[in-house]
Design a protein around this ligand. Structure first.
Ligand SMILES: [Zn+2]
Length: 410
């Protein structure tokens, strides 16, 4: 088997792996200014997508340029999320150099889409492919690829601890080669329940004191998780931004959600914000909780809520995910100020950060890899891939960390 890393190698973002020059696994983009794409524009016979996050699916419509029509294989939620993200990218960058595809190419996505459930083997570009639940977000998959000689297990993003929204990754099919993500290879998460309890207690304190709590959250996965936590603890909340539509969509795919009833309760516990007639400014004045995009304060209705609550030290901004260097969310955590629409504002409201990660931590990565002691391990999707590969080597693994553009035969 021939493997070429086109992106997501020794980095997080723009994931893309070409197998046997024919089968493309993921085709993501790395947000930033300007956005970055995989190192080469491949012309695959088929595309397989692990899950509906921008860094894995963001550039997929561009594979349908001209008269190219490779089938795209994914789970039903991944298909929906890919379309949500593509439309959002068009809205943000459409018609500019930063947009890798056109509206027409996005429309073609539905024509070539082929959806599959977990554990249903299908054929793609001459390979046998099977998806397994990866426990990251609804519809997220580990991808097993068999070319007749070699079996490749592409973990993509995964979590070995259950979240409220999705249950943990447990499948460990036999494989000769494992491409393993390593986002949190040097992190140990606190137990989920502890993080959740700290979050709820903090929210309750602010509500008791008469403040407003703004909870910036990624639209896909995290927003639903936060709504489920609020509902489980009887905390009333509002929900705003792209996460609203994603919540409605996921209700249509109960088989990819851990507890569909709990998601239903979470949806009815949350009040959906329309944003009309100054509704957001009014909510920001209320003694309530609002879960809103974007998770790193780089856009979305959070840009209205944060300036509205920032001056009052009784209020709270509770970050719920990793803040990438250079984002306004990171700036807020590190320096206590927010840059909104080019204006830098001091923030007197309390700022807190909670690790509701949807990725395995170091123990989780080692737990999965423990089932693949005899396999060749290729570490990707992390900021310290080479260091982690070296640590695995010390544990007796045959591990390496290919760089962007690297090719190898396994
Ligand atoms: Zn992801």
């Amino acid at each position: 088997m021939h493997i070429r890393f086109l992106g997501g190698a020794r980095e997080v973002g723009r994931s893309a792996i070409l197998v046997n020059d024919r089968l493309l696994l993921d085709y993501g983009m790395k947000t930033g200014n300007p956005p970055q794409y995989p190192v080469d524009a491949p012309d695959p016979d088929a595309v397989v997508v692990s899950h509906g996050h921008l860094d894995h699916v963001g550039a997929v419509p561009s594979l349908l340029a001209g008269d190219r029509r490779p089938p795209i294989h994914w789970t039903p939620p991944t298909r929906e999320l890919a379309l949500v993200l593509a439309r959002d990218t068009l809205k943000l960058h459409g018609g500019t150099y930063d947009c890798p595809f056109t509206e027409q190419e996005v429309k073609r996505v539905t024509q070539v889409s082929q959806t599959h459930g977990y554990r249903e083997t299908f054929e793609a570009a001459g390979h046998e492919v099977t998806f397994y639940n990866a426990g990251h977000i609804p519809g997220s998959a580990h991808v097993l690829v068999d070319d007749g000689d070699t079996r490749l297990f592409y973990t993509a993003d995964f979590h070995t601890e259950s979240q409220r929204l999705v249950s943990a990754s447990t499948a460990r099919p036999d494989a000769d080669v494992v491409v393993c993500e390593s986002t949190y290879s040097d992190v140990e998460h606190d137990p989920r329940q502890q993080t959740e309890e700290r979050f709820v207690e903090s929210v309750r304190t602010t509500l008791w004191e008469g403040g407003t709590v703004v909870v910036p959250a990624f639209a896909i996965g995290r927003t639903q998780e936060m709504l489920m936590i609020c509902a489980a603890h009887d905390v009333d909340c509002y929900v705003d931004g792209m996460g609203k539509g994603v919540t409605r969509m996921l209700r249509q795919h109960p088989e990819f959600v851990r507890d569909p009833d709990a998601l239903r309760r979470a949806k009815s516990n949350a009040r959906f914000v329309t944003g009309r007639d100054g509704q957001r400014e009014r909510i920001a004045d209320q003694n309530t909780v609002v879960v809103t995009t974007s998770g790193m304060l780089s856009g979305g209705p959070a840009m209205t809520y944060v300036p509205a609550v920032r001056a009052n030290p009784t209020n709270k901004i509770a970050m719920t995910g990793y803040q990438v260097e250079g984002t306004p969310g990171r700036e807020l955590l590190d320096r206590g100020r927010a840059e909104i629409d080019g204006r830098v504002m001091p923030v007197s409201a309390q700022v807190e950060s909670y690790d509701f990660s949807a990725h395995a931590d170091r123990d989780g990565l080692l737990d999965l890899l423990g089932s693949y002691r005899d396999a060749q391990v290729l570490v990707n999707h992390g900021d310290r891939c080479e260091a982690f590969a070296e640590e695995l080597g010390g544990e007796g693994f045959d591990a390496s960390a290919p760089g962007p553009g690297d090719e190898l035969t396994v």
